[in-house]
Design a binder for this molecule. Structure first.
Ligand code: HEC
Length: 212
């Protein structure tokens, strides 16, 4: 579910930005009538897009417990840009319109920079995470890590990602999987900065067991 929201959110952001840029451009060229015309023509889609933009964003925050500081910053900037934009366009104030566009672009940029940055969700303290310890169980460790860090995209059953990859039916070999977990691939984030070898091995163990 999360991954579909993410995809939808990206498409909506592109539309949102496009409308914004067009409006600011018309405002800057002093074509007030054109701006009014354009704004009233796209009023409904504009409201729908802004609404979906916020809803998909809020749903994603709600589904993900581990939000990064970057993401919080991004949200604050986006939320502060909205009133600035409303006032700017209503009063045909170029400075405010540009300011709000800049704020939106900055937060979009933060999102892009932040794409590969991901925060680790720790597993419950009941779970033994030290392989030196006799009570350590790789599969249990892996399952807990998977539930906390992967299931919001892949689903606990591994079936989710865009409906195409069934992780637990994948024919990809262990080494390649390890590589993908470390380096990421397309919408799959890279985990090498936040997971060590022991954790990645445990995740692979979980995936292999779930295949059977
Ligand atoms: C933000 C969503 C997201 C998260 C979180 C995520 N994945 Fe993925 N994962 C994907 C996507 C999307 C793909 C498909 C990448 C592609 O091939 O384009 C994928 C692919 C994979 C693959 C390769 C599957 C194959 O056979 O090609 C593995 C293995 C994998 N993920 C494991 C994990 C593990 C383990 C975690 C948690 C540590 C995790 N993923 C977290 C989105 C995610």
């Amino acid at each position: 579910m999360y991954i579909y929201l993410l995809k939808a959110h990206h498409i909506i952001i592109s539309l949102f930005l496009l409308i914004y840029v067009i409006k600011t451009f018309i405002l800057l060229t002093n074509k007030k009538e054109l701006l009014q015309n354009f704004s009233s023509k796209i009023k409904i889609p504009d409201i729908a897009i802004s609404f979906l933009f916020l809803v998909t964003g809020i749903l994603m925050i709600w589904m993900k417990e581990n939000i990064t500081t970057f993401q919080i910053l991004k949200i604050i900037i986006v939320l502060s840009a909205i009133p600035v934009a409303i006032v700017g366009f209503k009063k045909s104030n170029k400075l405010l319109a540009i300011l709000s566009l800049l704020l939106i672009i900055v937060s979009y940029g933060l999102g892009e920079i932040n794409k590969k940055r991901i925060k680790k969700a720790e597993v419950s303290s009941d779970i033994e995470t030290n392989p030196e310890n006799p009570s350590y169980n790789k599969a249990i460790h892996g399952a807990a890590l998977f539930d906390a860090n992967c299931a919001y995209c892949h689903g606990s059953d591994g079936k989710v990602v865009y409906g195409t990859i069934d992780l637990f039916a994948s024919k990809t070999d262990k080494e390649t999987m390890k590589q993908i977990i470390k380096e990421g691939k397309n919408a799959m984030p890279s985990f090498k900065a936040i997971m060590d070898e022991v954790e990645i091995d445990a995740l692979i163990e979980h995936i292999e067991l779930m295949k059977k």
